[in-house]
Design a protein around this ligand. Structure first.
Ligand SMILES: [Zn+2]
Length: 188
């Protein structure tokens, strides 16, 4: 990993929404969404070996979620609770001890960020986490929102660019610039 920083004890690795529906073949596929899996799994190994916390968020929508186009929202139906599309990708090697963060299960509004009304910041503080590393899908949507909220919650935050993929290249570039301005450290 470049930049001289490494995942260590007291850190948390947050893997955002590496679910079937966000990968090729899914309902809301991100080009190359599954191509990050080898990098993500290498980060999991690094984090586990260093004694860091490994966490994974999942988009977990009720079938009538307001973000779906049938309800007037911006997205096709995706990541419906207990359906195959909502499952983590088969090649994602999460340890059995991984902390799972569920979001998107509210009917009043969507939750792009894993910190949005999930209690995640409090849980990380309870577990004595000092720094947060973020990667996953999609860089310009839920990864962006999660990293911004992480730094806003006071955690020194790293975004692992090579283990993340955007919906669009332009969106990804804009997200990286915004994250850097917000104080998120970009590493690859
Ligand atoms: Zn969603």
């Amino acid at each position: 990993m470049s930049g001289g920083e490494k995942i260590g004890e007291g850190d948390a690795l947050l893997i955002v929404d590496v679910q079937n529906d966000f990968c090729p073949g899914g309902a809301l596929p991100i080009a190359g969404g599954d191509a990050i899996l080898a990098r993500v799994n290498a980060l999991i190994d690094e984090a586990s070996g260093a004694g860091a916390l490994v966490g994974a968020s999942r988009d977990w929508h009720p079938a009538n979620h307001p973000s779906f186009s049938a309800q007037g929202g911006p997205w096709p139906r995706h990541c419906v609770q207990r359906e195959k599309g909502a499952a983590f990708h088969d090649d994602l090697k999460l340890p059995s001890s991984a902390m799972i963060v569920t979001k998107g299960d509210r009917l009043d509004s969507d939750q792009y960020s894993a910190f949005d009304r999930t209690g995640l910041a409090e849980e990380l503080r309870r577990r004595k986490v000092k720094r947060v590393w973020v990667c996953g899908l999609a860089l310009d949507v839920c990864v962006r929102a999660t990293a911004l909220d992480s730094v806003a919650a006071g955690f020194p935050t790293f975004l692992v660019t090579c283990a993340s993929a955007p919906v669009t290249a332009e969106g990804g570039a804009a997200a990286l610039a915004e994250l850097a301005r917000a104080g998120v450290q970009l590493v690859d």
